[in-house]
Design a protein around this ligand. Structure first.
Ligand SMILES: CC(C)(COP(=O)(O)OP(=O)(O)OC[C@H]1O[C@@H](n2cnc3c(N)ncnc32)[C@H](O)[C@@H]1OP(=O)(O)O)[C@@H](O)C(=O)NCCC(=O)NCCS
Length: 207
């Protein structure tokens, strides 16, 4: 019996659980969340402890962090690695990941997503449902590509950036760190660190 521990009993956690179970690599999932013991279920699965209970386990299970906030997800993942946990990488059964792509630890690739040839996906990323990451893209750690978003070939995305639902980025553009690309935006120019950009074509509205 192989059980995956998921940190974060949120809506995102439910989808990570579905993706993990679709693979057949784990027989069961359990959640750890600081809302325990008030919260004991997330979807079909049990919340069995808080994050401290996970750290206190005598035998460390394989673990993945399902926290939507990019920076918090990365920080929690690094804490787990430092404590000696093995991170799972979850790729939904229906996702298509090129044999030449690299997907690093703690990343989740949701249903229908496509990661094409020679793309490199960092640690603790989310490539969400039906997102497309084309050939030669490079995503740093803790990047989130939202459902239905598309990155054309050779796009580079910096750490903890978030590409919103249905947004697109044309080929070879560079998106900095901690950037928010709004829902349905079309990015046609490079974006510097720490900005929010929205619209078609995407314009910076916040720095
Ligand atoms: C870009 C975003 C983060 C901005 O959120 P915010 O910082 O709270 O900004 P506000 O809602 O105050 O909007 C600021 C302005 O930008 C406009 N705006 C916000 N999001 C926009 C978008 N996606 N496209 C076009 N304009 C947008 C607002 O209408 C507002 O315009 P105004 O000043 O003329 O009234 C948010 O709207 C967004 O698109 N989030 C993506 C959500 C997503 O992808 N979820 C998927 C989860 S898996």
């Amino acid at each position: 019996m192989k059980t995956l521990a998921i940190v974060g009993a949120s809506g995102h956690g439910k989808v990570v659980a579905d993706a993990a179970l679709s693979t057949g690599l784990w027989d069961d999932v359990v959640f750890y969340d600081d809302a325990w013991p008030a919260k004991t279920r997330n979807g079909n699965s049990a919340v069995v402890g808080n994050t401290q209970s996970l750290f206190d386990l005598p035998q460390k299970p394989e673990v993945i962090v399902a926290i939507g906030n990019n920076k918090i997800r990365l920080a929690k993942q690094r804490e787990l690695v430092n404590a000696g946990f093995t991170l799972a990488t979850v790729v939904h059964l229906t996702a298509v990941v090129s044999r030449s792509a690299i997907v690093q630890a703690g990343t989740v690739v949701m249903a229908g997503a496509v990661i094409n040839a020679d793309a490199v996906i960092g640690a603790a990323c989310i490539v969400n449902s039906n997102a497309v990451v084309e050939h030669d893209c490079i995503l740093a750690d803790a990047v989130h590509i939202s459902p239905g978003a598309g990155l054309a070939g050779g796009v580079v995305v910096g750490e903890s950036s978030w590409v919103g639902i249905g947004a697109t980025v044309i080929q070879l553009k560079h998106i900095g760190k901690n950037v928010m690309v709004g829902a349905a935006a079309a990015v046609v120019n490079d974006l510097p660190d720490n900005v929010t950009a929205v619209g078609v074509p995407a314009k910076i509205i916040k720095s």
